[in-house]
Write a protein that binds this ligand. Sequence first.
Ligand SMILES: Cc1cc2nc3c(=O)[nH]c(=O)nc-3n(C[C@H](O)[C@H](O)[C@H](O)COP(=O)(O)OP(=O)(O)OC[C@H]3O[C@@H](n4cnc5c(N)ncnc54)[C@H](O)[C@@H]3O)c2cc1C
Length: 463
Amino acid sequence: MAPTTACTRTARPEQKALYIPKLVSGEWTGTMCLTEPHSGTDLGLLRTKAEPQGDGSYRITGTKIFISSGEHDLAGNIVHLVLARLPDAPAGTKGISLFVVPKFVPNADGSLGARNGVRCARLEEKMGIHANATCVMDLDGAAGWLVGEPNKGLNAMFVMMNAARIGVGMQSLGLTEVAYQNSLDYAKERLQMRSLSGPKAPDKPADPIIVHPDVRRMLLTQKAYAEGSRAFAYWTALQADIAFTHPDAEARKDAEDMLALLTPVVKAFITDNGFLCANPAMQVYGGHGYIREWGMEQYVRDARINMIYEGTNAIQSLDLLGRKVLGDNGAKLRKFGKLVTALVEAEGTNEEMAEFIDPLADLGQKVEKLTMEIGMKAFGNADEAGAAAVDYLRVIGHLVLGYFWARMARIALDRADSGDPVYRSKLATARFYFARLFPETAMLIRTARAGAAPLMDVEVELF
Ligand SMILES: Cc1cc2nc3c(=O)[nH]c(=O)nc-3n(C[C@H](O)[C@H](O)[C@H](O)COP(=O)(O)OP(=O)(O)OC[C@H]3O[C@@H](n4cnc5c(N)ncnc54)[C@H](O)[C@@H]3O)c2cc1C
């Protein structure tokens, strides 16, 4: 869907008519071709060339690597969206344009025409996600057509990247959930040892491992991150709907701000947690988790890529702290802070909510101070922001997740007597989250405050 998003916002009407219906129906698939061997995070370095042919088309020449679904026979056509430079383009990111380069050049009626000069040179041998072909793509004078304005390709691509970042967060969320479901089933069936506090299944030769506190820790970690992240990711996706369709301009602007602030958090926090959860899911299986036939090691391998592609999680952290928070003097963060404050004010005197609201309110205040402190330090030395960014994003991740867990706890408390076990389960998971996962923020704030010196004072020769 990601290439569809970029086309929808930027392409000319006839390009949309030609490509989008078939991309949406799945008859054709798409790729995004940004990365080159020497140009990954730093797209300003990319070299792929686009030469105008005088008939509205361009000849595109260069090599792209790591291209997901670059080649396969699952669809009639593959529509590549390629970043390349025009002959007179300025250096760096200001000289990048976006082109549509179809594997088969479609005729005006949408039927397939000539095979284009874009080919898979090699498949990348990967650690995981083996169901998806990751390709080195050679463009050898391939016919391409400009999408959007010359030299504005990165802006157009970012529409797609932002959608894809939320998609990658969702991919990790799916992995967390399936890993949890499998490890939960296993923990209920696998019999090993007796409970420390006395047999729980005396009719059996041993108790199921779900009786052991550490197995519960591993299961509840997954459950708390899966359910909390689901609320968070869906709410963020709702902001996208409001930003694009709400009739009120102010509501659209607020939702746009929330989306901008939270997209790097959905991407990095949920994918870090996805990997963090796939590991205990495997651990619940003991040695059987490490053996291929149970499928758990695949989740660990598959979850790892989400922290790398669509901009590494370090880059998401810099985007959050540098552009989204310090870049607008904290205005977007304050908008989210208002939601937290409203919840704290509504529930602050409510005894049964204290175990959720008190830590949340405390973190809200600490985030304000931490942000100001990093901002002041970064003003004198930008490495201060770089040194704090990854820890900072994780703190914000917990602020957001804490907010959603507190809201879910409120609803669960209201309905605890309904007889539906889902509410008792939510409440128990909220309690686990605030008792065992949220306190990580104390350490993260300390490490974020440690500053750049312990990292940057080490001369390169001393590594
Ligand atoms: C399986 C797979 C599928 C992919 N699919 C696609 C695709 O479909 N299309 C596409 O175009 N690309 C794709 N990629 C490429 C992916 O987006 C890049 O690998 C990623 O953006 C990082 O670029 P790089 O590998 O060149 O690492 P580099 O940019 O060389 O980074 C190396 C390390 O340095 C860190 N780093 C770099 N700059 C900074 C900085 N300023 N501050 C802090 N840390 C920094 C990074 O975080 C990273 O840890 C895919 C990659 C893989 C592995």
